[in-house]
Design a binder for this molecule. Sequence first.
Ligand code: SF4
Length: 359
Amino acid sequence: MSRHGTQAVRVGAQLIGGGAQISVQSMTTTDTCDVRATVAQIAALADAGCDLVRLAVPDAQAAAALPEIVRVAPVPLVADIHFDYRLALAALDAGIAKLRINPGNIGAADRVRAVAQAAQARGVPIRVGVNAGSLQRELLARVEAGELSMGAAMAESALAQARLLEDAGCTAIVLSVKAAHVPATIEAYTLLAERCAYPLHIGVTEAGTRQGGVIKSAIGIGALLARGIGDTLRVSLTADPLEEVRVGRRILQALELRPYGPDIISCPTCGRAQVDVIAIAEELERRVAEDPALRQMVCTVAVMGCVVNGPGEGFAGGADAGMLFCKGEPIGNVAAGDAVARLLDELRRMHDGHVTAVS
Ligand code: SF4
């Protein structure tokens, strides 16, 4: 899949854009002032495969907590700043690897310039995060008058705000243009990809709860990635942020852009099913997601309700006992209740033998 060319920016030890691996981001939900809880959540997110973690920095107390959090965090951190430019300066002093601001709400040009220059001096990139819900009044009026689509207005806003930063001497810029409306989000990013080479942070904002949000995110982010657009992503869910990471990684896995452990395929079940396929497949998926070693594997594992479509690698239910398959051949009987444990054993054996199985 060819990717839209963008310039690279450095975020700590990672790169965003310029053909670098597409990174997955999420955001802590803890009170940033609670250093212990925040550090624990960052570690859990990193363990689930999150490459960059963003934290809300709403006030001076939160900014004061940053040095200690930055010191122990296993991944680069992004400070999310609104309204008060002094918080952005404090976050830079704390050693944050990236800033997310909206120059439109940081205030006067001299304040934007102060943040841009301080970030540039430290080699810290700034993401201009435009949201449909906080579009400037003039642009919103043009949208309401039918002169501009929401997607075009968001792209316009992001480019204008990037120019503000560039005029202030900032060269490491990332853009995002998120809406809760999937078509507007796709349009905005597509326009940006046509009009600039800034790396793009993609996502559908306020996407919703676990099921609805996953659908919107997979469609919005997936459509963009399939067109080669997007250098880093965040899935926004009203759910545990670990879910955001797992969903983001699975979107990349589905498009074969990044591996995220064995691809667990499973049948939809029907009247022929002789085991509880849903329970087995869900437990297997959860156990694999929790195991960093297994998440390194690139293979396909099937969970099927019966032997009608014998799997390459995996388990198929049977009347008395199910059957394990390897390379399309049956390798032994296993009771449904032991299926997950046996499949995990087989995966670990393949992993330890450095076998890469692709069925
Ligand atoms: S694998 Fe068997 S149980 Fe599953 S959908 Fe196909 S026929 Fe039905």
